[in-house]
Each structure stands twice: as structure tokens, then as C-alpha cells.
Write a protein that binds this ligand. Sequence first.
Ligand code: GRF
Length: 204
Amino acid sequence: MDPRVAIFISGRGSNMNALLEAEKQSRLKGRIEVIISNNPDAQGLDVAHYYHKKTYVFRHENYKSREEHEKAIIRILKKHEITHIVLAGYMRIISEVLINKYPNKIINIHPSLLPAFPGLHAQKKALDYGVRVAGCTVHLVTKDVDAGPILVQKTVPVYSNDTEETLSARILEQEHIAIVEATNLLLEGKFRIKGRRVIFEEDE
Ligand code: GRF
């Protein structure tokens, strides 16, 4: 069976858009089955409908705990026989309830070269720190936030006249490439995890 992917979003959804476009152009090694948002006003939901994708909104405010919220999501993932999850701008920390159902089958994109600048406002933190190279990371999701084994990283230069906006835009361009590359690596699954490292079969 072809891998069946769920994409989780919370807002704009431009990384999801990059994946939908890749699928449309037959550049994705699996099928995007559903889009899940915790935010009913996420702009990305309109984009998903444009691509005729099924969307589900699970407002976290409606659940009494993170676990209950995730259990409700898991029921839908099961219904659609989802095999892999891509967190593409999903602004919720996910717990072991969901992670344990999909061990090493969930990836997340973060707009910094991890382990530098985890958490929110990564691009501003990079700029304020004064780094000369910034970028993005796609990593497997483990229980520690922004800390799982790394699948793909892309770098961009930082210029003296950069603002948070200009740097974020430069990084975002690379995110759209990285998310497709990493999703395909995840779906192919030709790697194993050794400590923190992702070891690709072709390198062994
Ligand atoms: C991206 O910068 C992503 O790295 C971060 O949140 C942003 C989401 O953007 N986790 P979009 O919703 O994919 O446009």
C-alpha cells in the first residue's frame, strides 16, 4: 500500500502547499489523504480545499487535555489509514499519545538550523544573535520539542540589512524545498536511527 499522509497545520499553510504541489506534479512518494488543523481560521484550510483535500479541524480548546485532543485526532487518522504525519507549521506540542502511535513516522519543520534557536520566533533569535548563516531543519518528532533526529537541513546567508521579515522569507523558500525532500525520505523509509543520527541505507 502506498504511504498515506496526514499534514497538520495551524496557519498559512505554505509548507503544506509545497507538498500538495509536489503531489500534483507526481513528485511525492505517497498520497496526501487529510489535512488537520487545530485552528478553524487557518488560511491553509482554503488552500487544502483548492486541492480538493479532506480537512478536519480539532479545536484544542474543545478538549479537556492535550491527550484527549490527540485521541480524537488519532480516531480520524485510523479511519483514513494514515501511515505518516507531517507537521507543517502546526503550533501545538504533541504528546507521547500521538508519538507512540507513529514512532519515527512523524516529521516537523522548524525555521532554524537546529539545535540553534528552538521554539518560537526562531528567525528573530537568529538575527538578534548575529549568525551569518541561518536555515531550516526537518526532523523526526520525539517527545522533546524541536529535538528529534535530523533528516534534512538547508542553509541561507544572513545579510547585515536583513529584517526578521526578509530573513524569514529567505528561509521559507528553502523550507518549501526541504519539506518535500524530507517527506519523501520519510515515506521511502530507507534509513535507521543510531543515537541521534539518521543513517541512510545508501551510506552503509
Ligand atoms: C514555518 O516557518 C515553519 O517552519 C514553522 O511555522 C511556519 C509555518 O509556515 N514551524 P506555513 O504555515 O507552512 O506557511
